[in-house]
Design a protein around this ligand. Structure first.
Ligand code: GAR
Length: 184
């Protein structure tokens, strides 16, 4: 059984789907949740399942002092599931090829700083794209630029609004993220 560490800072729907999936397999389990907002709903989800939670402020996050805490869990993978801070270089370097992220668009389009959540779907609609999707990729020291592991598409038409795009994307994320983690 391998251990993964999940970083999240939002509602936690991806964290929740990974957690549910982990219960059905003996390949991996979630050893730790790292969060950067004390009121993030995802914290409660972890606590309900007795998963330890590490809450960080920006100063600690950018320091090297807490990296040993992560290393102690010997994670096979670090998974960013709606975590919006850019990772400091020393953190990326401490876990080469072991950090992955999910992005709610077809990178390299609609990625980079400030591109998250509904802003991404708004940009897709504004550009009148007829498709969007999800990208699961390795993380390097630049936003959303690491090697792509998996992309899946949805169609977008004039009847879609950003909420319907968001909901289709979320379904794809929940369908593919945990499976991809297991595969890796
Ligand atoms: C997900 O849609 C994820 O793709 C996105 O944040 C959402 C988190 O939702 N990540 C980014 O936009 C990264 N740039 P969740 O908290 O319900 O899992």
């Amino acid at each position: 059984m391998k251990s993964i560490i999940v970083f999240a800072s939002g509602a936690g729907s991806n964290f929740s789907s990974i957690m549910q999936y982990a219960k059905t397999t003996d390949t991996f389990s979630i050893a730790l949740l790292v969060v950067n907002k004390e009121d993030a709903p995802v914290i409660q989800l972890a606590k309900e399942q007795a998963i330890p939670v590490l809450l960080l402020n920006k100063e600690t996050f950018n320091s090297t002092e807490w990296i040993a805490t992560l290393t102690a869990y010997q994670p096979s993978l670090i998974v960013l599931a709606g975590f919006l801070w850019k990772l400091p270089e020393h953190l990326v370097n401490a876990f080469p090829n072991k950090i992955i992220n999910i992005h709610p668009a077809l990178l390299p389009k609609y990625g980079g700083k400030g591109m998250y959540g509904m802003r991404v779907h708004q940009a897709v609609k504004d550009a009148k794209e007829n498709e969007s999707g999800i990208t699961i990729h390795y993380v390097n020291e630049k936003y959303d630029e690491g090697e792509v592991i998996l992309q899946k598409k949805i169609s977008v038409d004039s009847n879609d609004n950003i909420e319907s795009v968001s909901s289709k994307i979320q379904q794809l994320e929940h369908e593919w993220f945990a499976k991809t983690i297991e595969e890796i």
